[in-house]
Design a protein around this ligand. Structure first.
Ligand code: LLP
Length: 434
């Protein structure tokens, strides 16, 4: 087996009679019906991950804001809206998606360091729940726009607590060297300004220190810093009602255990018990990553020079399985050297014939790979399943090499439905003019 038992347990994909399925649908049937590459998600797993968080925070006033950037497909957003989630957005485009999916703007928090005037106006007009403000300049701009539009903007300041989330440097956001948030020592003065501004309603305090976090301690360190600020502000009669601890809960990609939300929730509840603060969180990956897979088919096998000096050799000793999905479909391996489990959809009993493959896409970049050094026996036409692809998969996809974006499917029990059709070449050309 090319993936760990931990990952197989964590993933929505499981073997039934030697073939991979999600819920009660064989993945091969989906590939036959929709073609490849295709993202497939489990509706039941979206719901069960959401339920884990609900239960972890039971008893504490709280609001779950699903981080839209993890997977912003409308049908996915609609399911989270139906489950009762609010949304964490980082652009006007994401707000547009939430509205198109039927989400309630009054349960939307708006994060991000570069909110444009247009985006601020859109959010003010749709009456979002809160702007998570990341700089003094942004606070001024929000106030000015609220004044022009005759509104009062609800805000929290996003604090940069300067704690190390101990994750990949590209997805660490809570260090002084990162562009995010307001340094703690600058926060009180900004809160004073905000509290005195008739077009600003001060609601809360926020942070988000990074993504794919395994050890909860940095999250607690950040919480302590936020609470110290809440207390200091209270002494100045600036009373905050909301505390947003961001997202970042890690999941199993290989053998690492998923973040223990139950233990984390217990500790957070103890700490916030008597404070009268509403807790907000912004998880993305935790809710969607292992609910999704990417199906791709083997197009070509390029066998390296083993011992026979084959003229098929592309690189001495290296074997490449060229599949029909590429870095434009799933960027994480190329961008973060991320490890994604890969399984043949039909279980293999032919380990004797196994070779070590790099699984690569058709894009003209050496960085275009999905997995490296995987021991598998492969044939042209085999269907492969790339695991843990439900978060930051389709949302990071692009049209590089003028490749249409993949189709997306949601499985619900014994049925599946297409929720995003594969792009056509016409879709890609439609915005251009000669
Ligand atoms: N809130 C804010 C303000 C964020 O910036 C993020 C993620 C989240 C919430 C959700 O974090 P999560 O619960 O999903 O860890 N593309 C990278 C991940 C980038 C995360 C960026 N911010 C990846 O594929 O690993």
């Amino acid at each position: 087996m090319t993936v760990s038992p931990e990952l197989l347990r964590a993933s929505a994909a499981h073997f039934v009679d030697g073939e991979l399925a999600i819920e009660d649908v064989a993945l091969a049937d989906i590939a036959d019906a929709v073609g490849t590459p295709v993202y497939v998600y489990s509706s039941a797993m979206f719901a069960s991950q959401y339920q884990l968080l609900v239960e972890a925070l039971e008893g504490l006033p709280n609001r779950l804001h699903y981080a839209v950037k993890a997977n912003s497909t409308l049908a996915v957003l609609k399911q989270f809206a139906d489950l009762g989630a609010g949304f964490d957005i980082v652009s006007g485009g994401e707000l547009g998606r939430v509205l198109a999916a039927g989400g309630d703007p009054s349960h939307v928090v708006f994060s991000g360091v570069g909110k444009s005037t247009e985006e601020i106006d859109f959010a003010l007009k749709t009456k979002i729940e809160c702007f998570n403000v990341e700089s003094a300049g942004e606070l001024t701009r929000i106030s000015e726009r609220a004044k022009v539009l005759g509104k009062v903007a609800p805000i929290a300041l996003r604090i940069n607590p300067n704690v190390d989330a101990q994750t990949h440097p590209y997805i660490s956001t809570g260090l002084r060297e990162n562009k995010f948030g307001i340094a703690q020592e600058n926060a009180p003065a900004l809160y004073r300004l905000a509290a005195a501004d008739p077009h600003i309603q001060v609601r809360g305090i926020a942070c988000h220190i990074g993504s794919q976090i395994g050890d909860p301690q940095p999250l607690f360190d950040a919480l302590e810093q936020l609470l110290a600020l809440v207390d200091a502000l209270k002494n100045e009669d600036i009373v905050l009602t909301d505390i947003d601890l961001g997202g970042g809960f890690g999941v199993t990609y290989d053998e690492e255990p998923a973040f223990d939300v139950t233990a984390w929730g217990r500790r957070v509840k103890e700490r916030l018990d008597d404070r009268g603060l509403q807790l907000s969180i912004e998880p993305g990956r935790f809710l969607t990553a292992n609910a999704g897979v990417l199906l791709t088919r083997v197009e070509y096998l390029k066998i390296g020079d083993e011992n026979s000096g084959s003229n098929e050799a592309s690189s001495a000793g290296k074997h490449f399985a060229v599949v029909d999905a590429a870095m434009n479909d799933l960027l994480r391996p190329s961008l973060y050297q991320a490890w994604h489990g890969v399984l043949a959809v039909k279980q293999q009993n032919t380990q004797d014939a196994a070779r070590t493959w790099d699984i690569v896409g058709p894009i003209c970049e050496s960085g275009d790979w999905l997995a490296k050094d995987r021991q598998m026996s492969l044939c042209v036409g085999d269907l492969l399943c790339v695991l843990s692809a439900g978060a930051y998969g389709s949302t990071l996809s692009s049209n590089y090499n003028t490749r249409p974006r993949a189709a997306e499917v949601i499985v619900d029990g014994g049925t599946f439905r297409l929720v995003r059709r594969r792009e056509s070449l016409q879709d890609l050309l439609t915005t251009e003019m000669l």
